[in-house]
Write a protein that binds this ligand. Structure first.
Ligand code: ASP
Length: 326
């Protein structure tokens, strides 16, 4: 018998991929995070004789790290997940990780992991838009594709595999509430595709330099993470909620500005006051493609080049590393 020289560990965190609905034709009203990771893995791999060749060299291990709808993802679970990833990545026989996750906040978790884990091994998130018991559920195929990407020697750092597409954690965003291909990587585009059990990397994709910002061991306990909120510019935006947040003790604010980071004068005045009071302010755009191009007219730091939710993750980690250097 051929030796299985690759070990892939599959970590379950919940989501629709583990969800169950009342009937096999109900794809929207369901309960996320019901099935265990062992069951998902068993279904995705199906019968051993039909395994793709690229997986025949692999052995699999799994761990249920969490079981939640990702709308409820929290800092404690992030810390635990990052610790479990680090544990498995440090084992010399483990060649890659796959993480099953709900689609709603997947891009935040993917970006967070990319900023706290430094490993040359592939870390592949996957998910589903239909519950596990739905007729034609997408989860088993997505998980199988994710395993193939984790088994390939090409490492992209942290990425997402869904609907036959490979997205980098820096660029990926959920852009549709119900479509099967709910994710997009904007102007940057896909890193690759998976078709018929074959992984195809796109030459047009340049892997960004994403050095981890903090080590997992440097993460503070969840209760000590700074309080960082996102606020948005829109017609008639005011400063009143900014003042209330500052009063309540917010430590950081990310502004989802309009266009290239513009904002209503009242909102800007409130943010300037907040910044003078010691609140860290970062600017992103509410446009769902592209990033703010900083100019001398920008009053707030617009350098992240990330979406508002990922700018928030970056700010949280920056503030945590500042806290530790004092
Ligand atoms: N609410 C679900 C979640 O994020 C949606 C999904 O997984 O598609 O866990």
């Amino acid at each position: 018998m051929q030796a299985k020289n690759q070990k892939i560990v599959v970590l379950g965190t919940g989501g629709t991929i583990a969800g169950v609905s009342a009937s096999a034709i109900e794809g929207l009203a369901y309960k996320a995070a019901q099935r265990g990771i062992d069951n998902l893995l068993e279904v995705a791999l199906g019968h051993q004789q039909h395994w793709p060749r690229a997986l025949s060299n692999c052995q699999f291990d799994s761990e249920q790290v969490a079981q939640l709808d990702s709308k409820d993802m929290d800092f404690e679970t992030w810390i635990h997940l990052a610790q479990r990833c680090e544990h498995w990545l440090s084992q010399s026989d483990v060649t890659g990780l796959v993480i099953t996750h709900g689609t709603d906040t997947l891009e935040e978790t993917a970006y967070f992991l990319s900023q706290v884990l430094s490993s040359a091994k592939p870390i592949v998130l996957t998910c589903a838009m239909r519950p596990a018991n739905f007729e034609g559920a997408d989860g088993p195929q997505n998980l199988r594709d994710a395993l193939l990407v984790a088994a390939s020697t090409h490492s992209l750092g942290v990425c997402l595999v869904a609907a036959g597409e490979i997205h980098h954690s820096r660029y990926v965003q959920k852009i549709h509430p119900t479509r099967l291909n709910a994710f997009d990587s904007g102007e940057t585009g896909l890193a690759g595709r998976v078709h018929n059990d074959q992984v195809q990397w796109l030459d047009t994709f340049n892997t960004p330099n994403t050095l981890a910002k903090l080590r997992v061991t440097q993460l503070l306990p969840a209760a000590q993470w700074p309080w960082v909120e996102i606020v948005m510019n829109h017609v008639n935006a005011s400063e009143l909620h900014i003042d209330a947040l500052v009063q309540a003790g917010v430590k950081g604010l990310v502004v989802a500005g309009t266009g290239n980071g513009s904002m209503n004068s009242n909102l800007k005045a409130g943010l300037e006051t907040a910044q003078k009071a010691g609140v860290e302010v970062r600017l992103a755009t509410r446009c769902n493609q592209g990033a703010v191009v900083p100019t001398e007219n920008h009053y707030f730091d617009a350098s992240s080049g990330l979406s508002p939710v990922k700018t928030r993750v970056a700010l949280l980690l920056d503030m945590m590393s500042q806290l530790q250097s004092h």
